[in-house]
Design a protein around this ligand. Structure first.
Ligand code: GDP
Ligand code: MG
Length: 164
C-alpha cells in the first residue's frame, strides 16, 4: 500500500529550507543552491512496513518567502507542515509565527482541525547563535507545534532523525 502526504516546508528566506530538502532527500549539502522561483518539489519515500510505503511530497516555497498570500497557493491538500527558523536571526522567529498563524487559519484536516506542524530551529552549528533552546522550546509550545527540534542541516544533525 502506498500513501502520499503533501508536506509544506516554509520559513523566511535563507533559513535553510532548500538545504533541508536536499539533505533530507538526497543527503547532500552545498553552500550554493540556485535560487528558484516558484515552489520546489521533492519526494521522500519511506518504507513504513513490509507492505506500506509512504511518499512525502515536500513543497519548498522557494523564492516566495516575502509574500505570504502567494504561498497560500501551495497550502491546498497539505497534510503537514515544517516551519523553519535560523537561530542566528531572531526576525525569522517572527516570520515563523506569522506563517504558523496563516497555516492554521487556511489549511484544515478533514475533521476541521489544523494540520500538524513541526518547528525546526536550524543552523545550530553556528557560534553566532542568538536564539536559545529555551526560547525555541517556549515558542513551539505556545504556538502549538506538535514537535520541535534544533537542527544543523549543514552537519546533518537531527535532519533524518527529526522527520520520520
Ligand atoms: P532557504 O532560502 O530557506 O531555502 O535557505 P537555503 O537552503 O538556500 O540556505 C541559505 C544559506 O544558509 C545557504 O548558504 C546554506 O548553505 C546555509 N545553511 C543552510 N543550513 C545551514 C546550517 O544548518 N548551518 C549553516 N551554518 N548554514 C546553513
Ligand atoms: Mg530556498
Amino acid at each position: 500500500m502506498e500513501t502520499v502526504f503533501k508536506i509544506l516546508v516554509i520559513g523566511a528566506r535563507g533559513v535553510g529550507k532548500t538545504s533541508f530538502v536536499q539533505q533530507y532527500v538526497h543527503r547532500i549539502f552545498t553552500e550554493n543552491y540556485k535560487i528558484t522561483l516558484g515552489a520546489d518539489f521533492a519526494v521522500k519515500v519511506l518504507q513504513w512496513s513490509e507492505t506500506e510505503t509512504i511518499r512525502l511530497h515536500l513543497w519548498d516555497i522557494a523564492g516566495m518567502e516575502q509574500s505570504l498570500p502567494l504561498c497560500r497557493v501551495y497550502y491546498r491538500g497539505a497534510a503537514g507542515c515544517l516551519i523553519m527558523c535560523d537561530v542566528t536571526r531572531p526576525d525569522t522567529l517572527v516570520s515563523a509565527y506569522h506563517w504558523k498563524t496563516d497555516v492554521d487559519e487556511n489549511v484544515q484536516q478533514l475533521d476541521g482541525s489544523p494540520i500538524p506542524c513541526m518547528f525546526l530551529a536550524n543552523k545550530c552549528d553556528r557560534s553566532d547563535r542568538q536564539l536559545s533552546t529555551e526560547e525555541i522550546r517556549k515558542f513551539s509550545q505556545e504556538n502549538n507545534f506538535i514537535r520541535w527540534s534544533e537542527t544543523s542541516v549543514k552537519e546533518n544533525k537531527n535532519v533524518l532523525e527529526t522527520v520520520r
